[in-house]
Write a protein that binds this ligand. Structure first.
Ligand code: SER
Length: 881
């Protein structure tokens, strides 16, 4: 039996023989595409080749792509684990033609590979072909049908509708008719009784699709129409885990060697008896499958740079992780972090195909463990709460019920239950969740803390067909160009525009470096470019206005001084990165970066705080390199050459075959980088770290300044020291003088406190002289001088034991504010049924235009009006007379 590794290799070997270049998987996390968070198909990384935005380096390529289908158009999450052939993360084997071969070759090769190389029984295969669609004015795919007829009897070729046989990446983007290959894995007897043809695309667990060949011919626009592409392409995707299952003759993907290693580790750690797994539908069997599946999605997403978080792609990862935790907590009765213990086996298994995980395995495990610990802290309470809600709802309705939007939101907000987890638990109890209600609660919360921007885009208006969007901004900051296309967008409720130029000097935000700003002049009309971003590989310029005429010659000019300061911070980031690795160790890897004209921010893996001495050492190294005035050498080369040179491979970045390498002393810093840099390090002037903090488990953040920004910073620091010096009358030793002043102040404060205490004692004795006897009560009512409201209370306390049967009301004017304290002896309060707190609230607060409260025996009030203090005392007195 072939191992999964051998099966993958045979795929590569086969397509290499047909002239394909084998390329690495793109990261599972997508950075520059507003329509997608994760790679959901092998074709994502090639989207620009299909759309004609970019020229491919090879016309035929093949690869295995890490994909994640948990959100958007392609979402398989709910099937995972319940069935045996859907996954969150899966590998998609693909072969691609960029305007090269088409249906004939693609169909012939897929047949040859499956039946000749992998030797799948021809009698078990079915294929489907697109039947056409009148709404989109698409004809039946006769071409594919005729090609298939060469290989497979007509009776095994089925026609399918748009849902199954017209593949689209998302709501918009490249698409086209497809032909799918299905395999019938049932036993011979079963196949005799029911014709496999009837089970194709019927969700039968043994009659499954393994390969989809898409013939990309169109671009779906926002308005729903199809635009024919300039060339025709092939995009194929074969589910690797399913293929392995077929070739290893298993009933389930989870019984193949892709998963068995992980599953046996899960079983060992959770100490389950094998008996509970006899039934593939038992809770334990499902739990083990879910965990074995989810940990792969989590591990590869984190190693590609996506940390779990509360928003966007980070929240998708957190949701998957929490779902997995709940499965082991409830169904495997395991109450400690488990997932992180699976990282070693997975990283080892994929070391040769996806090395990025093995190279960061300690970091990934640490992040996962931390996430698990944090969710386990509230999970138990949350499960009790949802259990209670379910029980009550069942009691209330006697049959099935619904978890309300408010309740689901409480579970989300207080116990960290993602909505899909609540839905899952509800459905296990035959209940549903009011999702619309949840969304209402959620949007109310969002409204409360609104910062998210809504981006609504219209279709592009194209002025020049099939252009090259070339970035020339490494060498020039001003060029003559032309507008290729533009569109209106809405962001944060405001209208704005996106413009694409034929050639542009504007650097689009990427690799942490912010997008350039500057000006665009067309026919003498100047508009401001406020930002530049990448969408796939197109450089998009953002502006708030459009010139009247967009067809003329456009002069695109970057703001030079901002760009220069940004380049300084980018080069400083490279110097910093290398220094961090020298001082802290080679485990330091970039986890995030921001570079702009004002400062730099660098996030990296490291487990403890960077000490002051380490920071000093890092600064020393960087400043040393600045003084050496090293020339920055930038070269393009193949990724292999770059790695041979010792370049740091930054995971989570997507590289083509040729990479840009930035060298600052080949023995010091070599990085793959698309950013803009200085000519020599001397331009940085000086480097200073201003902050060091933690951002997430195992990730530290350093903020630093260089160039003009550090000059400004030092100027400010000097200024404030100068001001302090002047205030202190230019002492010789400034810190000694400040220290002395602090000590002197503390002494003065002590003196004042003791003076005030003595004063208070004096007042107390005076008050005791002023006791009036009113119907058996010792009454004191006086306006006194006090330093703060506490004094009044303190006096009351002091009088309490020296004066039986007392009623004391003290009032003071504290710098224009009225304060009152009222104390009534406990017995008197009971006898007369008079409550100090009530008197304060009802009779006194209105007199001083304020409020207060307290206990039956002691209450206080404060107010704005000091003119009635005498009346306050008279009022109290009258109540007791
Ligand atoms: N794009 C197609 C799919 O994802 C084939 O690769 O199924």
């Amino acid at each position: 039996m072939m191992t999964s590794t051998e099966i993958r290799q045979q795929f590569f070997d086969f397509f290499k023989k047909q002239g394909h270049e084998i390329v690495p998987s793109a990261p599972i996390v997508i950075k520059n595409d507003p329509t997608l968070m994760f790679t959901n198909a092998g074709m994502n990384q090639f989207k620009d080749y299909f759309l004609g935005n970019k020229k491919p380096p090879f016309l035929r390529v093949a690869d295995t792509q890490k994909c994640l289908r948990v959100s958007g158009k392609h979402n398989d999450l709910e099937e995972v684990g319940v069935d045996t052939y859907h996954h969150t993360m899966f590998e998609m084997l693909g072969n691609w033609s960029f305007g090269d071969y088409f249906k004939k070759e693609a169909i012939a090769w897929s047949w040859e590979l499956l039946t000749e190389v992998y030797k799948i029984d021809k009698g078990k295969l079915y294929v489907t072909v697109f039947e056409g669609d009148p709404k989109d004015a698409l004809p039946k795919d006769d071409e594919a049908f005729n090609e298939w007829k060469k290989w497979i009897p007509e009776s095994r070729i089925l026609f399918g509708n748009k849902k199954d046989n017209f593949w689209e990446m998302g709501d918009t983007g490249p698409c086209g008719p497809c032909t799918e290959i299905h395999v019938d894995c049932r036993s011979d007897e079963e196949r005799k009784t029911v014709d496999g043809k009837k089970l194709v695309n019927q969700d039968h667990p043994q009659v499954i699709e393994i390969w989809n060949n898409v013939f990309i011919q169109f671009n779906r626009l926002k308005d729903g129409t199809l635009d024919a592409l300039p060339a025709r392409h092939v995009d194929t995707g074969m589910g690797f885990e399913r293929l392995v299952r077929v070739l290893q003759h298993k009933q389930s993907n989870y019984d193949t060697d892709v998963f068995t290693g992980t599953i046996s580790v899960i079983k060992n750690i959770t100490r389950q008896s094998e008996l509970v797994f006899i039934q593939p539908t038992s809770k334990q069997s499902i739990a083990v499958r879910v965990i074995a599946d989810h940990i792969r999605a989590i591990a590869f997403a984190i190693s590609d740079g996506q940390l779990p978080s509360n928003t966007g792609a980070g929240y998708v990862i957190r949701r998957i992780l929490r779902r997995a935790v709940r499965y082991y907590f409830t169904h495997l009765n395991f109450k400690e972090p488990l997932l992180f213990q699976l990282i070693p086996i997975i990283s080892q298994q994929f070391e040769n195909v996806f090395p990025e995980l093995a190279q960061q395995k300690e970091f990934v495990a640490k992040v996962v463990k931390d996430e698990e610990e944090s969710f386990l802290r509230t999970l138990d309470k949350g499960l009790k709460r949802i259990g209670f809600l379910i029980d009550h709802s069942i009691q209330r309705n006697s049959s099935t019920g619904t978890i309300s939007g408010k309740e689901a939101f409480e579970l989300f907000d207080t116990y960290g239950f993602p909505l899909d987890l609540t839905k899952l638990i509800a459905s296990e109890n035959s209940m549903s969740v009011d999702e619309a209600g949840f969304e209402v609660e959620m949007s109310q919360q969002k409204n409360r803390s609104r910062s998210a921007s809504v981006l609504d885009t219209e279709d592009w208006i194209t002025l020049i067909e099939n252009p090259i969007n070339e970035f020339v901004g490494y060498d020039s900051l001003q060029v003559k160009s032309k507008v290729v296309k533009y569109r209106k967008i809405k962001t944060k409720g405001k209208e704005a525009y996106q413009i694409v130029l034929q050639a542009t000097p504007f650097y689009a935000e990427s690799g942490g470096q912010v997008g350039d700003v500057g000006e665009l002049t067309i026919n003498g009309e100047k508009i401001k470019i406020v930002d530049t971003k990448k969408e796939n590989n197109l450089t998009i310029h953002f502006s708030d206005t459009l010139p009247a005429d967009l067809t003329g010659e456009a002069i695109a000019k970057v703001d030079f001084s901002k760009r220069q300061s940004t380049a300084i911070h980018h080069s400083a980031t490279h110097l910093l990165h290398a220094a961090l690795r020298k001082v802290l160790g080679t485990h330091v890897a970039q986890k995030g970066s921001l570079v702009n004209d004002e400062h730099l921010r660098f996030d990296f893996s490291h487990f403890t705080k960077v000490t002051d001495e380490e920071i000093k050492k890092i600064e020393e190294i960087v400043n040393e390199k600045i003084r050496e005035n090293i020339r920055v050498i930038i070269k393009e080369m193949t990724i292999d050459e770059a790695l041979k040179l010792g370049a740091m491979a930054l995971f989570g970045e997507k590289y083509g075959d040729v990479v840009r390498v930035v060298m600052i002393d080949p023995n010091y810093s070599i990085e793959l980088c698309g950013g803009t840099h200085v000519g020599a390090t001397g331009e940085l002037g000086y480097f200073k770290i201003t902050h060091e903090t933690a951002v997430a488990a195992g990730v530290r953040r350093v903020e630093a300044l260089s160039g003009k920004a550090v000059e400004n910073y030092i100027e400010e620091q000097f200024d404030s020291v100068r001001r302090i010096r002047e205030l202190l009358k230019n002492p010789k030793d400034i810190s000694k003088t400040i220290e002395d002043t602090i000590i002197e102040n503390a002494g003065l404060k002590r003196k004042i406190d003791s003076f005030e205490a003595k004063q208070l004692l004096l007042v107390k004795y005076q008050l005791l002289q002023m006791v009036q006897k009113i119907s058996g009560i010792n009454f004191i009512g006086e306006i006194i001088e006090a330093a703060n409201p506490e004094d009044l209370k303190k006096l009351c306390f002091d009088l309490k034991h020296e004066l039986p049967d007392h009623v004391v009301v003290l009032a003071a004017n504290l710098e224009g504010k009225a304060v009152v304290a009222l104390m009534i002896d406990e017995r008197i309060s009971a006898d007369k049924n008079l409550d100090a707190s009530k008197i304060i609230k009802e009779s006194i607060s209105p007199l001083i235009k304020g409020g207060g409260g307290g206990q039956k025996t002691l209450a206080t009030a404060g107010g704005q009006d000091t003119s009635n203090l005498r009346s306050v005392i008279d009022k109290v007195k009258s109540l007791f007379q």
